[in-house]
Design a protein around this ligand. Sequence first.
Ligand SMILES: Cc1ncc(COP(=O)(O)O)c(C=O)c1O
Length: 1022
Amino acid sequence: MTKMDIGAHPPTRATAEDAARLARDLYGLVVRACPLTSEYDDNFRLEAADGTARILKVMHPMREPGFVDMQCAALMAVAARDAELPVPSVIPDRNGRPWSTAAVGDGRPRVVWMLSYLEGRPIAGLRPVTAELLEELGTALARLDLALDGFGHPSAGRELKWDFARAGWVRGHLDLLRDPRRRALVEGVLARYDAEAVPALPRLRRSVVYADANEHNVLVRVEPGRPPRLAGLIDFGDMIETVTVAEVAVAAAYAAFGAADPLAAVLPLVAGYHRRLPLVEEELAVLEPLILTRLAVSVVNSACRAAAEPADPYLTISEAPAWGALEAFEKVPPRFAHYAFRAACGLAPAPHGPAVTDWLRGSAGSFAQVLERDLRRDPVLVLDLSVGSRTLGADPAGLETPRLAETIARTMREAGAVVGVGRYDEARTIYATGAFAAGGSPVAERRTVHLGVDLSVPPGSPVRAPLDGTVHAVADNAAPKDYGPLVILRHAIPSGEEFFTLYGHLDGVSVAGLEPGAAVRAGQAFAAVGAPPANGDWWPHVHVQVVLDLLGLDEDFPGVAAAGRRALWTGLCPDPNLILGIPEERFPRPERAKSETLAARRKALGRNLSVSYREPLKIVRGWMQHLYDETGRAYLDAYNNVPLVGHSHPRVVRAVQEQAALLNTNTRYLHDNLVRYAERLAALMPAPLRVVYVLNSASEANELALRLARTRTGREDVIVLESAYHGHTTGLIDISPYKFDGPGGRGRKPWVHVAPLPDDFRGPFRRGDPEAGRKYAAAVGRLASEARGGPAAFIAETLPSVAGQIVLPPGYLAEAYRHVRAAGGVCIADEVQVGFGRLGTRFWGFETQAVVPDVVVLGKPIGNGFPLAAVVTTEEIAASFDNGMEFFSTFGGNPVACAAGLAVLDVMEEERLQERALRVGGHFIAGLMRLAGRHPLVGDVRGSGLFLGLELVRDRRTLEPAAAEAAYVVERLRESGVLAGTDGPFHNVIKIRPPLCFSEDDADIVVAALDGILSEDPVRKD
Ligand SMILES: Cc1ncc(COP(=O)(O)O)c(C=O)c1O
């Protein structure tokens, strides 16, 4: 080891003064030198007067000059070939030499050289290390290796303890590993190294590689509110001529450090490398053994150094995460990592897969029927069991076995089908038990993608072998929603490759006599379809799956996979229809993929129809406070206030369905739904708000409110609040500063008067000033007097939402209304966002300000998503509006919409949702307040009930808005399964307004997710 390790000879260290002198004498630079920590050599950061930073390296006296010469030559070669690659460039000395020697310290000559300084911080400890960043790292390493292609240097052949060709040295030091389990782990790795890597290495392509993308050498750029990006690669001291794939193996070993799921970290890196410099199959085959070998060398090296220098904790700093990675890799089933690497590189996961699938395809039509029925000719119905299945609906109770079985039986009966087919590669939400969850969180990605085909036939129906085989396994996986009794058959194709067919949910008695190893002939009935609950508690069907490699998992081989690894698992489990032979035309056209939906939307719809998130969501199912995307990923909806009582609330759904099935017409005929609804709404309002108009959207309602005010006053002018939004029609854009002053806006019309936003966090009058409300309202008074002929109306949200979830200061509306009424104007309360109990303390927002408006506008949550809106006003105003001109809105007040509105009010009452908003909101605010205590970025927590805002600021003194950070937080929330939004004039307020069925546990999930995200480097403030 000594030969390969110069650490045993500590030098006399060079000082900062030495460095400044060398910079002056050798490079003609006047600099300030600052020592950097390093193991062997003395490195300095030099700063010139113009701010330019450079690195001066004064090498260990034992270093061979060739070692530095190699690095200089390599860096110059890279600069010539790929000038954009972020690696340091060599700065020649006054004589144009890349390095020179100088006497430093004890007088021994030392090699001195200089590099440009790369801005950035090490990736070590970075949060989060995203898949994109690792992919970027992979790509950069590939570019580096491409730039080094053909590069050679005598020193690249030196002996190095990290060289994969020499890893065997660790064998002599295994006694230093005291824990027998860990020692066995390393021995296992070395056995794989010998068996898999050593014979392959001589056949693999070779080149000089960097081979040191460790967590201190990979630099990243972290900017506020932006995902971390790669900034550069430094330290070329471990460069060596070896197998090219070593580059990936070393980087992957470090990427896996400390990861619970090492593949999640390694796969993007491999994919990024492969995209630029394709890896060949033989390289991918040795990648896992090489990664493990590197980790094993690392832990043994740490043990050696700890033994040599027990007092130095730095020497073993990488030991714990390296062990963590080794132990995490140990949990990955055999061959799975190899298959995953192949899939990440666009290859068939199992190398023998194409031979098997080609043979299956070529043998189509020759297989025996698995059932007594002929799937090609008998009436077969392909069922829709997908996440967005209209057959199944959103209610999880409908996905439980008795109802699911009834639904499937009824659907098949109605279609006259004798076999119901459950599709392969279909994402489903029927897998509800913990066994399908990744962890404790209800919003983490679950296993959802079906890897087999389900054949639904009555219990007891015989199941036959489609082709000759032997029994590989017989088991009873009795846990609920598992396979129940299952059989795995082993088959071989004529060229010798093996594969398996798996049959789940069988009848236990029918397979009791089957023994592993027994031969099964094509067409032989070897089992029968089981019945719940013994069949894993599913509806009666047989799950048929083709498996190319059981990965040693046998009866525990999954039948359902996570969508994040869809290509890998479907690659390992090809479509069983290759054997079953159900004609393609019997399958409905598949749903559009998300990318197709997005492309079609862009083509068919106006481009400014906005879509949320960098990676848009395709949502296909909603249930209460959860939304589900097409892969079955559940999201906690903390954003949508429209589904007030919960997405797809069964009570509202039923009311709409029943009424739509009976009658939907307009208000020219009498109908009790309309009058009942108007009575119920009016009863929720204080006197004198007694007259109701029912419309379709809040925009339509606000338009009507303006007409009421103008007819009543005979005036035109309107006073609005800064940053307000009241709707999308021409007239409402004119009174919405958020729009007319925003992008594409055409400015303020002369008849519009904008009052300052009464924002007691950011505005001139702050919380704690008891007069703040009155002071802000004074501006309304001023504008009322300025309006030409007096104002027709003052319109304001009672808690401005678009303006940033603002809670008006006490007394504001009372004062503002007083001014407006004194000037003869009408006071309009826009309750579109905040009404209907959301605030917890009161049913309506205006009640929190102890005022009674002249006109109240209702929308959004009013119909739980059904198009419905309303205006409620006084007899007096209604009378002036009744001026001879007929009022009619075609769909407004139709019986179906009113049925929805009535059902919403019923649910609000029966489920006491206003009380719930108060209780859960209180819990939520307390959690958010705790976040504010921990994270300086949180400038303000405000709101009431389940109408909440979190204002992010870069500086609590200057209140500089943290807009990029807010956008980052919302994107990252979505990745953690939580939906929220941003709003406010500076887009720095995180808006939280979930359905009122939200629970304390849900609030805790949001708070915990926020806590984690606010600790991430792009938003963390220390
Ligand atoms: C306060 C307020 N008023 C009115 C509207 C208009 O509602 P709609 O889009 O349903 O017409 C909105 C919509 O966001 C709103 O936030």
